[in-house]
Design a protein around this ligand. Structure first.
Ligand code: SF4
Length: 312
């Protein structure tokens, strides 16, 4: 599959098997920036011992405000042979993590599948969280459907213009909605075990963007009409202008309290009753200011989500 990579909607066709780099920057060997128990995900993923999170380098999106840009776009991380990646998954299970949380796994799905195979064959298994921007191809999701027990899927934009401006992904809206629908049809609502840990289902994340909260409101309406209000939503206020957004008018500020209230009001008025609403924060959560963090193993902070939230 790496000889002409078409894993994501960019379908750039790079011959990664020969070491060529795709649009996303991914080559042959899986590259990992950081891994460890993560305590900033939604409560049924975090539990007491953390979500076993692996931050993969190279992302198929080009978000101008990406808080993970040193590795998602800058390529920081370490190239790993498959057995080393197997070792990471094994170590996360040994630490008691409640799941394997694959952050931006799309360019690496064949290698992840290969790395997990020996563990699954040996009966070492955790729920797998497919943690994605939503910019996915359904045919790829079908092919790697055993790598998604729980989908943690963004719906970030509702217009092509905004998706092009924010992430160089004009086809994002159709791709993410098809992906979300596919996840929902396959996995359905979030299922919890007796102690409240997620074992299967879909969580949809909606990030309020400055001056563009209507994008998230439109996605909530789409969810209500398409999959219904039983889906768990995770509404996030944590947008922080970092990276290239610092120099872009309109993107170089935080979301206002009034803007965020538009989104939380929509959650209520549309009747969503499962999920979490992050509290409004008017200062950047610690860890979201774009500082570079050391690669490797360690407890993972707020790189993907700040944890302060209340139930819907
Ligand atoms: S995953 Fe990367 S290499 Fe593969 S098609 Fe997408 S952008 Fe190209």
């Amino acid at each position: 599959m790496l000889e002409s990579c078409k894993l994501c909607p960019r379908r750039c066709g790079a011959n990664r098997a020969e070491g060529r780099l795709g649009y996303c920057g991914a080559g042959r060997l899986p590259r990992v920036f950081r891994y460890g128990p993560h305590f900033g995900e939604e409560p049924p993923l975090t539990g007491e011992k953390g979500s076993g999170t692996v931050f993969f380098s190279h992302c198929t999106m080009r978000c101008i405000y990406c808080q993970n840009h040193p590795w998602s776009q800058g390529g920081q991380g370490e190239d790993l042979e498959i057995d080393a990646l197997t070792g990471i998954f094994r170590s996360l299970a040994a630490k008691g993590c409640h799941n394997w949380n694959l952050v931006s796994p799309t360019p690496w799905l064949p290698q992840i599948k290969e790395a997990l195979f020996p563990l699954l064959s040996a009966g070492i298994s955790l729920p797998i969280v497919y943690n994605t921007s939503g910019f996915e191809l359904v045919e790829t999701l079908e092919r790697f459907s055993d790598l998604a027990d729980i989908a943690l899927c963004d719906l970030r934009y509702a217009t092509s213009a905004c998706a092009a401006e924010g992430s160089d992904a004009p086809r994002y809206v159709e791709c993410s909605r098809e992906a979300l629908r596919w996840f929902w049809n396959r996995l359905g609502p979030l299922e919890l075990d007796p102690v409240g840990l997620a074992r299967r289902g879909v969580i949809c994340r909606l990030l309020a963007l400055p001056g563009r909260v209507q994008e998230a409101v439109e996605n909530l309406k789409w969810l209500a009409e398409t999959v219904g209000t039983g889906i768990s939503v995770s509404v996030m206020s944590q947008y922080t202008p970092v990276y290239r957004a610092l120099e872009r008018d309109g993107w170089n500020r935080r979301v206002t309290a009034e803007e965020y209230e538009m989104l939380t009001d929509a959650v209520d008025s549309l009747g969503f009753d499962n999920g979490w609403v992050q509290e409004y924060e008017d200062v950047a959560p610690e860890g979201l200011l774009g500082q570079e963090m050391p690669a490797g193993e360690g407890a993972v902070g707020a790189e993907s989500r700040s944890s302060a939230a209340s139930s819907v």
